[in-house]
Design a protein around this ligand. Structure first.
Ligand code: UD1
Ligand code: UDP
Length: 376
């Protein structure tokens, strides 16, 4: 079995790390194709180093750009690599443009696609990631779902059968594997002069929160109000998507302390010490839940409802002056103990075992093996 991984962004490096490491440990042949959608050292190289991953075999250098151009460049880079290395299957993770490009290029080359984190749905097509998720699931041959919910959602779209598996979430693998080392080794609290529970942790990078400067300003004002009410500071590692317009807004927010993007261990340490997490990130939502931190999700919907069901997280659909304060007050009344809904940290093992043993790669490409269309 020869597995090709296509990845390109910070969360994909983190969430595929356990699976790539397992291939290395088990001597499974693999090829790592990096689109370089993310390329700044703090979004890319840092994570390869921290997670002990080898350099990618192919680095496509695609970088940033309008979605169509970015996708086209990725596919133009991936196609000849697949022709050269001829993998038995291509694994992609999540919902980024890199994942979609990997899936499309593989399916055009008649190579079966395995989708890690399959079946998530926000049902919000204004999110670029939702379209990517739906398209990926409909061109895949293997679906690795975090929980039973995604199996049900895929079935509603006519995707079912033995290649739809519940494996848990590989993001959870990484969190459970590295949380203790992060707590022991990270010096981020000392560096920033933070104490446990005396700060709030913020991340914000979704187009729905950042494209419209007026909305971003209103959201940051609401965060500032919450921090005043809490008498705490807000630590905000800023995604490079944010530009001068956002920095101008942030300059006026005395309680919001911006810092450069941090490494994975520092982020896990910051999460473990935060009194409250405020985020629109998919990965952070899950990590807050796994690490038993309360979380306000800065979005009207989520493709990860598992954390809402624990009671430890809440959606914030309206960002008026007091909305965050009220949501936080409600959340602070929650008892912080819940069962981790994202698996036991062995998703990578289940996925690799399934690929090596149970799943029939050739059968996945036979006519009729692809998902049946939904007949209403
Ligand atoms: C992408 C994913 C998103 C994911 C996020 C993780 C898509 C459609 N979106 O969003 O799902 O949550 O990654 O962080 O794939 N930039 C840099 N340096 C970098 C990378 C980006 O400066 O290394 C800046 C550029 O100005 C770029 C902007 O960030 O235009 C957006 O980058 P892009 O990769 O297009 O989307 P993300 O917002 O990072
Ligand atoms: N992350 C990190 N440093 C940061 C911000 C995020 O290590 O400064 C990690 C975070 O812990 C999670 C992943 O990056 O594992 C989430 O990435 P991001 O929020 O960019 O993308 P999303 O999960 O929303 O797709």
């Amino acid at each position: 079995m020869h597995i090709a991984f296509v990845l390109g962004t910070r969360p994909e490096i983190i969430k595929l790390s356990s699976l790539i490491s397992a291939c290395i440990r088990d001597g499974v042949r693999y090829t790592l194709i990096h689109t370089n959608q993310h390329y700044a050292a703090a979004m890319d190289r840092l994570f390869f180093e921290e997670l002990g991953l080898p350099r990618a075999h192919f680095n496509l250098g695609v970088g940033s750009g309008p979605a169509g151009l970015q996708l086209a460049r990725m596919m133009m880079g991936i196609e000849p690599v697949l022709q050269e290395v001829k993998p038995d299957c291509v694994i992609v993770q999540g919902d980024t443009n890199s994942a979609l490009a990997g899936g499309l290029a593989a399916s055009k080359a008649c190579i079966p696609v395995g989708h890690v984190e399959a079946g998530l749905r926000s049902f919000d097509r204004s999110m670029p990631e939702e379209t990517n998720r739906v398209l990926l699931d409909h061109l895949s041959s293997f679906w690795f779902c975090p929980s039973p919910l995604q199996v049900e959602l895929l079935a509603r779209e006519g995707i079912e059968g033995p290649n739809v598996l519940i494996t848990g979430n590989t993001g959870n693998d990484a969190t459970l594997l590295h949380a203790r080392a992060a707590a022991e080794r990270s010096v981020i609290h000392e560096r920033l002069g933070l104490q446990h529970d005396n700060y709030l942790l913020l991340t914000c990078h979704r187009p729905s929160n950042t494209d419209d400067p007026a909305h971003f300003a209103q959201l940051m004002q609401a965060v500032q109000c919450l921090a005043e009410e809490q008498q705490r500071q807000v630590v905000f590692p800023v995604h490079p998507r944010l530009d001068q317009r956002h920095w101008k807004v942030l300059q006026g927010m005395s309680r919001i302390r911006t810092i450069d993007p941090v490494g994975y261990l520092d982020m896990l340490a910051l999460l473990q010490g935060a009194a409250l997490v405020l985020t629109d990130s998919g990965g952070l939502q899950e990590e807050a839940c796994v690490l038993q931190r309360r979380c306000l999700i800065l979005r009207p919907n989520t493709e990860r409802p598992e954390s809402l069901e624990t009671g430890g997280a809440r959606l914030v659909s309206h960002v008026g002056a007091n909305s965050l304060v009220e949501a936080a007050q409600a959340l602070f009344k929650t008892q912080v103990t819940w069962k981790n809904p994202f698996g036991d940290g062995n998703a990578h093992r289940q996925i690799l075992d399934a690929l090596m043993g149970q799943l029939n790669v050739e059968a996945a490409l036979r006519p009729g093996a692809l998902p049946r269309p939904v007949v209403s």
